[in-house]
Design a protein around this ligand. Structure first.
Ligand code: NOJ
Length: 489
C-alpha cells in the first residue's frame, strides 16, 4: 500500500459533494436499483477484521510475541509511532462489538486467529488454553447472535519465536508449523466454524505455493465430519489497459497474472500462468509430485479482497517511467491510477485507492471465467479516510463518501451475481476503525468510529446505511448450535 497523501483537484471535490447528496436525498437509490433477488437467500453479509489490527491484549492470558508486536515496537516503523498493543481492545470488548454487529444485522463476521495466542512459541511450546478459550467464547457468542464465524487462520501475524528460530515464512519449516497451528484450530473450532480461509493476501505478503497444504489436512482429517468450506483470500485489483493497443491489453492481462493468478492458477489449474512462464520461465519453482498431489485438493472458495483499480501500460514494447510493476519479477508493466492526469475513479485520501466500482464486477467476472465459477466471497471491500487534525468526530461520523463507495461496490457486485457469478458473501472492511499496519491509527476504515483515547465506538452514517441495506436484502441462514467439543492438547 502506498503512502496516504491527500490530493483532490477542485472538480473532484465538487463531484464528491454532489454525488453523495444524490444518494442521501434518497439513501436507497442504489439499494433500490439492486433488486431484491440479486443476493441469494443465504448470502453472507458481514464485516471483517484481523487479530493484530483489532485485539490488543498484547501479552495477556499467555499470548506470545508475534512479528507485528516486534516490528511495531521498533521506532520509525509505524508512521504515527503507534502499535497494536491495545488496538481497539476487541479481545476484551468482543461482547460489545458483537452487539454492534447485531444492530447492523449482519449474519457473518470475518476475523482472524492470533497464532501467538494459540501457540505462543509455535511447536516449540505448549498450546495456550486461555487462547483457545477466548476464541471459543467469541465463536459461541457470535453463533448465539445468529452470526456465522468466517475465520482466517493467518492474517499477517506469526509467532516471533518462528521468526527468530528460522526466519518465519522464509524457511520451509514454517510449513510444518502452520500445519500444526491449522490442525489445532480445525480440531478446536471446526465443530462450529464452517468457513475457513488459510491466508490473507499471501500474494501481497509471501510467496510459497506450499501453503495450500493446510487445505489437505482439513480435507483428510476434518471436512467429512465437520463439513464446512476452506479457501484462501487474495488481494485482487482490476487492471484497465491504458490504451486500446494490443501491447497494453496484454500488459493488463500480465498484471492480473502477476498479482493474483500466480497464486490461484497453481492451486486450481495446476500450473503457473503462461504470462509468468514467458517472463520468468526457469526462475519459477518446480512443483514436486507431493506438492502437485496436495494442490489437487483445490479450494472450496476464493476470497477476494477488492478495493480499487488501476490503468496499466506495457513496458516491453516501450520504455516506462520508473514505477510500480515495471521490473521483470513484477511483469514489465506500469501501474497508475491516472491516464493523462485524469484519475480512473474519484480520488480518496489514500493514494492507492480510487473509487471504480465497475472494477469489482470485472474482477469477479474474470475470476469466474478463469476458474470455472468457483464459489467466491468478497472478503474485504472498504473505504479509508486519513486522520486530519482539523477534522472533527462529526466529520468522521458523516461519512458520506464511504456510503457512496460501499453502495457503488454492492451495486457492482449485484450486477456480477445477476450475470451468474457464484458469489456467496460480502464483508465490509471494517466493523471498526482500527490499526492500519504501517499507517497506525492515522487511517480509518470503520463503519464505526473509534475514539482511540477512550475506545468509545460510535456508528457512522455508513453503519446505518449498511444496516438498511441488509434489512432490504433479507437473508436466511441455518446455524449450527454452539455445542463445543473438548479436546486434550
Ligand atoms: C487488506 C488487509 O487485509 C487489511 O488488513 C487492511 O487493513 C485492509 N486491506 C485496508 O488496507
Amino acid at each position: 500500500m502506498g503512502t496516504s497523501t491527500i490530493h483532490k483537484p477542485t472538480f473532484l471535490i465538487l463531484q464528491m459533494f454532489i454525488s453523495p447528496l444524490l444518494i442521501l436525498c434518497d439513501d436507497t437509490t442504489l439499494a433500490k436499483s439492486l433488486g431484491q433477488s440479486s443476493f441469494p437467500s443465504n448470502f453472507l453479509f458481514g464485516t471483517a477484521s484481523s487479530a493484530y489490527q483489532f485485539e490488543g491484549a498484547y501479552l495477556s492470558d499467555g499470548k506470545g510475541l508475534n512479528n507485528w508486536d516486534v516490528f511495531s515496537h521498533k521506532p520509525g516503523n509505524i508512521i504515527d509511532g503507534s502499535n497494536g498493543d491495545l488496538a481497539v481492545d476487541h479481545y476484551y470488548r468482543y461482547m460489545e462489538d458483537i452487539e454492534l454487529m447485531g444492530s447492523l444485522g449482519v449474519n457473518s463476521y470475518r476475523f482472524s486467529i492470533s497464532w501467538a495466542r494459540i501457540l505462543p512459541a509455535g511447536r516449540f511450546g505448549e498450546v495456550n488454553l486461555a487462547g483457545i478459550d477466548h476464541y471459543n467464547k467469541l465463536i459461541d457468542v457470535l453463533l448465539l447472535k445468529g452470526i456465522q464465524p468466517f475465520v482466517t487462520l493467518n492474517h499477517f501475524d506469526i509467532p516471533q519465536e518462528l521468526e527468530d528460530r528460522f526466519g518465519g515464512w522464509l524457511s520451509p519449516e514454517s510449513q510444518e508449523e502452520f500445519l500444526h497451528f491449522a490442525d489445532i484450530c480445525f480440531k478446536s473450532f471446526g465443530d462450529r466454524v464452517k468457513y475457513w480461509a488459510t491466508f490473507n493476501e499471501p500474494n501481497l505478503q509471501v510467496t510459497s505455493g506450499y501453503r495450500s497444504a493446510a487445505v489437505d489436512i482439513f480435507r483428510s482429517k476434518y471436512q467429512k465430519k465437520q463439513g464446512g468450506m476452506i479457501g484462501i483470500v487474495l488481494y485482487a485489483a482490476w487492471f484497465e489497459p491504458i490504451s486500446n493497443s494490443t501491447a497494453d491489453k496484454s500488459a493488463a492481462e500480465r498484471a492480473q497474472s502477476f498479482l493474483t493468478n500466480w497464486i490461484l492458477d497453481p492451486i486450481i489449474l495446476g500450473r503457473y500462468p503462461s504470462e509468468m512462464n514467458d517472463i520468468l520461465g526457469s526462475n519459477l519453482p518446480e512443483f514436486s509430485n507431493k506438492d502437485k498431489d496436495k494442490l489437487k485438493s483445490g479450494l472450496d472458495f476464493i476470497g477476494i479482497n477488492h478495493y480499487t483499480s488501476y490503468y496499466v501500460q506495457d513496458c516491453i514494447s516501450s520504455k516506462c517511467e520508473p514505477g510500480p510493476g515495471i521490473s521483470k519479477t513484477e511483469g514489465f508493466y506500469l501501474q497508475s491510477s491516472q491516464r493523462n492526469g485524469v484519475p480512473i475513479g474519484e480520488y480518496t485520501d489514500l493514494d492507492w485507492l480510487n473509487v471504480y466500482p465497475q472494477g469489482l464486477e470485472k474482477t469477479i467476472t474474470y475470476i469466474k471465467e478463469r476458474y470455472n465459477n468457483t464459489p467466491m466471497f468478497i472478503t474485504e471491500n472498504g473505504y479509508g479516510e486519513v486522520y486530519n487534525p482539523n477534522s472533527t468526530i462529526k466529520d468522521f461520523l458523516h461519512d458520506v463518501r464511504r456510503v457512496n463507495y460501499i453502495a457503488g461496490y454492492l451495486n457492482a457486485l449485484s450486477v456480477a451475481i445477476r450475470k451468474g457469478a457464484d458469489v456467496r458473501g460480502y464483508f465490509a472492511w471494517s466493523l471498526l476503525d482500527n490499526f492500519e499496519w504501517i499507517f497506525g491509527y492515522t487511517v480509518r476504515f470503520g463503519l464505526h468510529h473509534v475514539d482511540h483515547a477512550t475506545l468509545k465506538r460510535t456508528p457512522k452514517l455508513s453503519a446505518s446505511w449498511y444496516k438498511q441495506f441488509i434489512t432490504k436484502h433479507k437473508v436466511v441462514t441455518l446455524m449450527p448450535g454452539p455445542n463445543q467439543q473438548k479436546f486434550q492438547y
